[in-house]
Design a protein around this ligand. Sequence first.
Ligand SMILES: *Cc1c(COP(=O)(O)O)cnc(C)c1O
Length: 400
Amino acid sequence: MIVETNIDELKKRENSLKIIKGIIHSRGRNQLYDLTGLSGGFLLKKEDLNLLETYVGPALFEDQLQLIGKKHLGGEKILGVNRTSSGILATIMALVRPDSYVIHYLPQLPSHPSIPRSTKLIGANYLEFDNLKDFYIPDNTSLIVITGSTMDHQVITIEEFKEIIKITKSRNNHNPLDKYSQTYDEIPVMVDDASGARLRTIIYNQPSAIELGADLVVTSTDKLMDGPRGGLMAGNKNLINKIKSKAHQFGLEAQPPMVAGMVRGLENFNPENLLKSLEKKQKLLEYLNRNFNGFELTPTGIMITPEALKSEIENRGIKILLSDNDISFTWAMILLREYGLVTIPSVGMPGASATLRFDLAASDAKNLKLSNLVEIINSSFEALLNVVDNPEKCQEIIFN
Ligand SMILES: *Cc1c(COP(=O)(O)O)cnc(C)c1O
């Protein structure tokens, strides 16, 4: 394997950032097309800049975040955190006892790594389910996590969501008060709605996580909206207070510039962009189907999994020596270097999905004609075919 460890992933990412810098300097920002759907927007106003101080900023922006965050997510109290992963870590540190269980339900594996990793870090046990048939809540469970929409944008059905809430609540009602613990609490439900807070509600017309009965929800202000890479949490006031206190102790809370960016991103959020991407993705898939079998629709664009990509290449009679993920990484790096197209497999954090996603709700998608995008995908795929049977060459493409 070429990309095997977290360190390899880091090296790949650093290489991608170097390429991006090169493109910005030589060809300009408008020759880069960020189709990750993670724009990291920072829509600050001029007058905001004077207020980004350690104690002045929070007095103003945190208050605004309470109001606009509740409008977006519901809940009694809002907490801004450094990333969605930070919110998940703070929640698990605040609410999960060592040796107890964290139970995770998601529409399709794999889970975002932050949930099992945070659980492991505090010495608790982790179980994950992607179907209701197997789902159960063992004794000594501290926290239920529901993922509303996965990294690959697989969205939970409303029936599954309601069922997990129902099972948890009935369990809470029947649980006898624990005589040995003076701090017995009901098992809270946290929803990882990183992209789901917008995907589920706007594209799938589902209610918000809080409306569906969750106690806590966390979303990424970077996903399907123009905010910074940050986490926005909402929910039950007592729980949020506990989590907030942990977040402060371990430096996981969002700093004033981030909070300001979140506020402005939420103010600018317009569901219209998401809805427009629905028409475009259908057309794009039709064009690509002339040449490929493996592309699928996502809620806001198209994608091809590493496994489908491998079949695509094998169908052309080419022998493959790379792992499925490495093929995907190689293609992503070709797309970036030759065409300025930014996708998650090239720039993602360690553990991010290797699926190649082209997000048409991304703001750069407006600057790229569909016919050009089809042309880029077709010719970069030809370039991939030329190198895919040569692992050394692929390694060079990925790391430098
Ligand atoms: C993106 C994502 C996360 C983590 O977001 P970060 O900003 O990387 O911390 C967690 N869970 C899911 C389902 C995600 O899609």
